[in-house]
Design a protein around this ligand. Structure first.
Ligand code: BES
Ligand code: MN
Ligand code: ZN
Length: 504
């Protein structure tokens, strides 16, 4: 889909379908929607008066165009309450309008700039949000469906979207916003593709080869360490998780050097469990169903690098991905085994299903050994975080308030909401081992925090933040601009964070 910004009169904009918008409770539309309403002889006002359209968030209505309107059809999308409107609401509205347009089998869509003007967004932000919402909302993963089983609504795809602004200055700003929105949303969709691939296809080797393909395209250096290298580096925790699987592990390192003169490098670490059966602490069938998504942190870190390299901020960032399956064969790690992480610390494994923290321990040790700082990790780490925050917000854990504030701000900008969770020293008591340095599970309380503090143990004081995305990485139904399946969450937060860190 090609997206461009144009300047001109909205009623005179020629396209197959024109998307306009309306706040909840508005009786007489103004602005661009008002102009379209007038050209249609008050058809939108009539819909509202008859109670057929209220402007609720996500609501859409379609009307025939023609007459004084150059567009063939009109789609009105609800923006929800004006007081609650923001860039995130603009993304959701764009998704709703575009999905409705796709169902009408049109190729060329025009859209009034959502939120610029009465919505309070500047044209650049408004256009960025619209482009992001459009691309994210139209996402589909149907490569495994045979042609006749594919959803018919995607047969005709939208190939062009023109965002219509008032004047040339607004169109220029919108053009900039569109570029950023496209880069962000395409990277997030690429992460969704990785998550949605079935685990028989996307094993650690395949994840590595896809990361390599992305990096090659962007001119980034990639190193994939295989099992022998991982043994040589003494990553005993990653090896322990891998030992019950017939597929070897991979340790993927992707380097972006936007500030080659600086020695400082930030680490983005992503949990890359390509399938989590639980190991010998086997998961029940229901809990195992979506466990191909246990590499969502890895997908986010990898695809964030794709966007970052295109945006070229002045900063060095290395993505670090420990990748393995968690499987329970005869060679599998036992409950009670003690293994050593790369830094020599002894870990007592009392639940093989708490495997994410094990592989991340070695990845964090690696980052620390290379002097990287800060370390930001993303992981579908705990069911406890899902219990606490559901699928609305990810858990943010950090012992560094400044870094936490930066991550929080980046996440908010991205529309990937987070909530800061506690990391008090008092919780560390629960992961003390009687016979090793640390154990990989606490009791049944504060599980998301004890999981995060296990990671913190390996940071050696390096500024660190952890996002537990267990609840936000995978949706079981369509929500806003998310479709069922992988959400690509974390990509846009990491990119916004990188841009912010480059500013100092
Ligand atoms: N991958 C899971 C966490 C998860 C749960 C992700 C639900 C997405 C949705 C993780 O490896 C896990 O199994 N965690 C255990 C930890 C426990 C054994 C301490 C959990 O949360 O039950
Ligand atoms: Mn697990
Ligand atoms: Zn897991």
């Amino acid at each position: 889909m090609k997206i461009k910004a144009v300047a001109g009169d909205i009623a005179g904009h020629k396209c197959e379908a024109l998307i306009v918008n309306l706040f909840e409770g508005v009786k007489k539309p103004g602005g661009a929607t008002g102009a379209v309403d007038s050209a249609l002889g008050g058809a939108i006002s009539k819909l509202i008066a008859r109670g057929e359209f209220s402007g609720r968030k996500g609501e859409t209505a379609a009307l025939p165009g023609g007459g004084k309107l150059a567009a063939g059809r009109v789609i009105v999308v609800g923006l929800g309450k004006k007081e609650k409107f923001d860039a995130e609401a603009a993304r959701a509205a764009a998704a709703a309008g575009m999905v409705r347009a796709r169902s009408m089998k049109v190729r060329g869509v025009g859209a009034a700039l959502t939120g610029a003007g009465s919505g309070g967004l500047d044209p650049e932000t408004a256009a960025c949000s619209f482009a992001e919402g459009a691309i994210l909302g139209l996402y589909k993963f149907d490569k495994y469906k045979t042609k006749d089983a594919k959803d018919k609504t995607s047969e005709v795809g939208i190939s062009e979207l023109a965002i219509v602004t008032n004047d040339a200055a607004a169109a220029r700003a919108a053009g900039k916003g569109i570029k950023l929105g496209e880069i962000l949303a395409n990277a997030a969709n690429a992460a969704r593709d990785l998550v949605n691939e079935p685990p028989n296809v996307l094993n650690p080797a395949e994840l590595a080869s896809r990361a390599r393909a992305m990096a090659r395209k962007r001119g980034l250096k990639t190193t994939v360490f295989g099992k022998k290298d991982i043994e040589r580096m003494k990553m005993g925790a990653l090896l322990a998780v891998n030992q019950g699987s017939v597929n070897p592990p991979a340790f993927i390192v992707i380097e972006y050097k936007g500030d080659p003169k600086s020695k400082k490098t930030a680490a983005f670490v992503g949990k890359g469990i390509t399938f989590d059966s639980g190991g010998l602490s086997l998961k029940p069938p229901n809990s195992m169903e979506d466990m191909k998504s246990d590499m969502s942190g890895a997908a986010a870190a990898i695809e964030a690098m794709d966007a970052i390299s295109q945006l070229a901020p002045k900063i060095n960032i290395t993505a670090i991905i420990p990748a393995t399956e968690n499987m329970p064969d005869g060679g599998a790690v036992r409950v009670g085994d003690i293994v050593r992480a790369m830094n020599g610390r002894a870990i007592e494994i009392l639940n093989t299903d708490a495997e994410g923290r094990l592989i991340l321990a070695d990845a964090i040790c690696y980052a620390v050994s290379k002097g990287m700082s800060p370390i930001v990790d993303l992981a579908t780490l705990t069911g406890a975080c899902v219990v606490a925050l559901g699928s609305v917000r990810a858990g943010l854990f950090s012992t560094d308030d400044k870094l936490a504030a930066k991550v929080e701000a980046a996440a908010e900008l991205a529309g990937e909401r987070v909530w800061r969770m506690p990391t008090d020293d008092d919780y560390k008591e629960f992961i003390k081992s009687d016979i090793a340095d640390i154990k990989n599970v606490g009791n049944r309380y504060a599980g998301a925090t004890t999981g995060s503090l296990f990671l913190e143990y390996f940071t050696d004081g390096t500024p660190w933040a952890h996002l537990d995305i267990a609840g936000t990485a995978y949706m079981d139904k369509k929500t806003g601009y998310y479709v069922k399946g992988g959400t690509g969450t974390g990509v846009r937060t990491l990119v916004r964070l990188a841009l912010d860190m480059a500013r100092g």
